[in-house]
Design a protein around this ligand. Structure first.
Ligand code: AMP
Length: 281
């Protein structure tokens, strides 16, 4: 398994693969990989001859008060996991490999980024769309794999690819969870043992919301309140947002009569966690 640091090295290797007629899949990540990332890499290796996993903590998607400096990193463990899951190459650039000093070109997706995490993290999706566009241009994959865990990111990337005619197929992958239901996340490592126990409230609250929908509730406010009440029952949880939006435009809905995304962001102590489910009518 190869680890390369520069866009030029990636291009060289991918060109050789393409010359041999191999298809290429890309899995963009920020590293500190877990089974959630592993599921994307495994799917990519089933569907492509070669798989590139990018490991890059992208500075331009972090706000000034966010956790860029403390974001967990462990390239040795990442290398083992990528190899076990069938990846062929890790692309692990430094910030200066990706952004030259006078870098000034960005990709902005409007509308879909105005709510949910986009409202709480100004500039986040501009940073995500810019780095993902760069990765698409560097790797030129046939397919790229994204987790439903970051549901807004997935919807935004799909829209960007459609709007800008990017020649790549976006493959969505289901959320991988811990045994108690907490969605796996690199940020779970920030949680103390007490906070880790409290964090199951995210999934518990969503399950209650889903149960209400399944038994016929169609008023979004009622469903959101069920979720909020459950979250508020946990003293360590502080709600950032609880939203119900339509799955493709991500616009808030009041009456649920189409496919919807229920998405939440919750602070457990200082750690901000997200989770969601989709409900298709
Ligand atoms: P990250 O390293 O957090 O930027 O995540 C890289 C990719 O892995 C994104 O497409 C995420 O949605 C996906 N991912 C992260 N956690 C999970 C999970 N628990 N289940 C499925 N996909 C995940």
């Amino acid at each position: 398994m190869k680890i390369v640091n520069t866009p030029e090295e990636v291009r060289k290797q991918v060109a050789l693969w393409k010359k041999e007629g191999f298809s290429v899949g890309l899995v963009p990540t920020m590293g500190f990989l877990h089974e959630g990332h592993g599921s994307l890499i495994k799917k990519a290796s089933e569907e492509n001859d070669k798989v590139v996993v990018s490991v890059f903590v992208n500075p331009i998607q972090f706000g000034p008060s966010e956790d860029l400096a403390s974001y967990p990193r462990d390239l040795k463990h990442d290398t083992e996991l990528v190899s076990e899951c069938g990846g062929d190459m890790i692309f692990s650039p430094s910030p200066s490999d990706m952004y030259c000093e006078d870098f000034c070109s960005f990709v902005d997706v409007e509308n879909l980024t105005s709510g949910l995490c986009g409202a709480k993290r100004p500039g986040h999706f501009r940073g995500v769309c810019t780095v993902v566009t760069k990765l698409f241009n560097i790797v030129q994959p046939e397919r790229a794999y994204f987790g439903q865990k970051d549901a807004q990111q997935l919807a935004v990337i799909k829209r960007m690819v459609r709007d800008l005619n990017v020649p790549v197929t976006i493959v969505p992958c289901p959320i991988v969870r811990e045994a108690d239901g907490l969605a796996k996340s690199s940020r779970n490592t920030y949680l103390s043992s007490e906070e880790r126990k409290a964090a199951v409230i995210l999934n518990k609250s969503l399950k209650k919301g889903l149960a209400a929908l399944t038994s016929g509730e169609r008023n979004a406010e009622v469903v959101k309140n069920i979720i909020k009440d459950t979250l508020n029952s946990e003293p360590l949880a502080k709600i950032d947002y609880v939203e119900i939006v339509d799955s493709s435009a991500l616009a808030p809905v009041t009456n649920i009569n189409s496919s919807i995304l229920t998405a939440i962001a919750v602070y457990i102590g200082k750690t901000r966690l997200i989770d969601n489910f989709t409900f298709n009518l």
